[in-house]
Design a binder for this molecule. Structure first.
Ligand SMILES: [Zn+2]
Length: 301
């Protein structure tokens, strides 16, 4: 499809939304009752209105990346990166390997993992694959399997696009229409600025959900279940997630500005995770190579 034709379709879709919303002010049923339109026309209008309602699934990978990058920038105004090249390299190697085995191995410009220099027990994952984990959370882990458990939960948030789903439904169609009108192709810094301005409300929705209110309980359950599945797939012990949650149960302080605020209670999460693990036996052996590289990389955490 030629760009101009595509643009034309977007514009007519926009006009259709306007037309439909003015009719919906009267109400299609009233319009039918007063003889303005026939019942068949009313049904067609209602159907068209539904058809142009766009969802988070309609963001392109590029748009998701630029939204995620802006969300990541907001996170970095609140937290400092942890300056430890060995630990950062290790988290990235581990994270990339896990992401590659996930249901969404590729995102536009790939996954990025960064440790935040904070005692908070917190992790945040922005759309497109920007994953942040605090030192406080990593200190809840005592092995590579347990670090993998933390990363698998965050990767699942990215796989299932939970960040994009935090955008208020009412503004998705407008954001996408504006993005299409201003052009999706990003050629230079001014285009990025324009694109992020177009998505500024969407970005605010995501950051305020991630930092203040947290995702829904349902999304957190999905992330824990996804983490168990991914760990089994890669060959890590899924019981490691239970071990991390046990430590979090002891360390999270009520009223804390971290997982205590944004995630369900660890005791509840343990129940969910144990159910998902099912009959899989807890590993009783320690892989010496795995443990050695974990200790070498995370010594300073
Ligand atoms: Zn989560």
């Amino acid at each position: 499809m030629k760009p101009r034709v595509f643009l034309g379709l977007v514009v007519s879709a926009g006009l259709l939304v306007t037309a439909c919303s003015s009719i919906s002010q009267i109400g299609t049923s009233v319009a039918v009752a007063t003889g303005q339109i026939s019942p068949g026309q009313a049904a067609a209008i209602n159907q068209s209105a539904q058809a142009v309602q766009q969802s988070f699934q309609d963001f392109t990978p590029e748009q998701e990346y630029y939204i995620g990058r802006s969300v990541a920038a907001v996170i970095l105004t609140k937290y400092r990166p942890y300056d430890d090249p060995a630990a950062t390299r290790y988290i990235n190697l581990l994270g990339q390997s896990l992401a590659m085995a996930s249901d969404r191995p590729e995102t536009f410009r790939g996954y990025h993992f960064l440790i935040l220099d904070s005692d908070d027990i917190n992790a945040l994952s922005a759309p497109g694959g920007f994953v942040f984990v605090t030192r406080g959370l990593l200190r809840c882990a005592k092995s590579e399997d347990q670090v993998a458990a933390i990363l698998c939960h965050e990767i699942t948030h990215v796989v299932l696009k939970h960040g994009l789903q935090a955008i208020k439904k009412s503004r998705i169609t407008a954001a996408l229409t504006n993005a299409a009108l201003t052009g999706v192709e990003v050629a230079g810094p001014s285009d990025v600025a324009q694109l992020t301005a177009t998505f500024s409300d969407s970005i605010n929705d995501i950051t305020s959900t991630m930092i203040n209110s947290g995702y829904s309980r349902e999304f957190e359950v999905q992330a824990d279940r996804g983490a168990v599945d991914l760990m089994k797939r890669v060959g890590y012990d899924p019981w490691a997630l239970v071990d991390v949650l046990e430590v979090m149960k002891l360390r999270l302080k009520p009223g804390g500005n971290d997982f205590a605020k944004t995630h369900p209670d660890p005791a509840f999460r343990i129940e969910v995770v144990e159910k998902e693990i099912g009959s899989a036996q807890r590993s009783t052996t320690v892989n010496p190579e795995r443990q050695a590289r974990y200790e070498a990389a995370m010594a300073g955490i």
